[in-house]
Design a protein. Structure first.
Length: 296
């Protein structure tokens, strides 16, 4: 069995090969793209390749100290379909959310956390992704600013995620969001929640302006032993502040050393996600972030 350091190095190298696959996939699909996109996507492919080849990863073992992995990249592309940069962005978001929650619990020690997932039906990938993302973000704005939610909760951190579903011939876009929201202790007065699951579903249906009942998952964050402690909440951060794009539908793995990427799907994602905010901080979370910045 390989060591944790060896497994970590292997994951970094897998992300590096995946970034090269995205660059090659986009470069190989340029002739299929509209003329207005070709120049921009050619530049994106060059930046992705530069990001992959300039990343430096090495395991170091100092004298009388534990082995660690050193990673550096002076030409990080920060493109949303780059597995390397998605990983770094997810790590940064987790640290920020941990700092915000730690700060909030100093002010609100009795607040409890709830994990909320909001979804809508899939749409055709190439023709519906852009509209689906815009509709979901507008629905989140209406949902988190609705009077019922504002009166019952203290605030929330929300991350929008894209999952590529369907088949290779007919891909579908599944845009959904994960939120960690804090509620006051009286939210569960008498062990009864202030907002039942059915009401959450109706509020989301109204905010998203749907003509069907969407799938909504709302649950108190709990550890495996059933306790809703803070360690369990920090564990839920991994689910909430993860990659904004689920990469499983973007790649095909013929074998461990050969990775293929659908360049048309990658280009469609970049076009739809261009200048779109995928994270949202509401009320107490936004206030805590401002105070942390003033302290720094």
């Amino acid at each position: 069995m390989s060591s944790p350091i060896a497994r970590r190095l292997a994951r970094y190298r897998l992300r590096q090969r995946s970034t090269l696959a995205v660059a090659d996939g986009i470069r190989g699909s340029l002739h299929l793209l509209p003329a207005r996109q070709r120049r921009r996507m050619a530049n994106v492919a060059d930046r992705l390749r530069s990001c992959a080849v300039t990343q430096y990863v090495v395991a170091r073992t100092p004298v009388d100290d534990a082995t660690y992995v050193q990673v550096s990249n002076r030409r990080a592309c920060k493109i949303r379909v780059c597995p390397q940069c998605l990983y770094r962005a997810a790590c940064r978001d987790r640290k920020l959310l941990e700092a915000i929650l730690t700060h909030l619990w100093q002010e609100l020690p009795r607040a409890r956390a709830i994990l909320c997932t909001l979804t809508t039906r899939n749409r055709p990938f190439f023709s519906g992704l852009g509209d689906m993302l815009r509709d979901h973000r507008k629905a989140l704005e209406r949902f988190w600013t609705s009077r019922r939610i504002v009166r019952s909760t203290l605030g929330a951190f929300t991350a929008v995620e894209l999952e590529i579903r369907g088949t290779r011939e007919q891909p579908e876009a599944g845009v959904h969001s994960h939120s960690i929201m804090l509620v006051p202790p009286e939210y569960f007065a008498g062990d009864v929640p202030a907002i039942w699951h059915a009401e959450f579903r109706d509020l989301w249906r109204k905010a998203a302006r749907l003509d069907y009942d969407p799938i909504v998952d709302v649950r108190v964050v709990r550890s495996p032993d059933g306790a809703d402690d803070r360690d369990a909440v920090f564990g839920a951060i991994v689910e909430c502040a993860k990659y904004c794009i689920s990469l499983e539908g973007l790649f095909e793995h013929e074998n461990p050393d050969t990775i293929h990427c659908d360049g048309l799907i990658a280009a469609a994602i970049l076009d739809a996600f261009h200048r779109q905010r995928l994270h949202r901080l509401d009320r107490c979370f936004a206030d805590a972030k401002k105070r942390l910045r003033l302290r720094a």
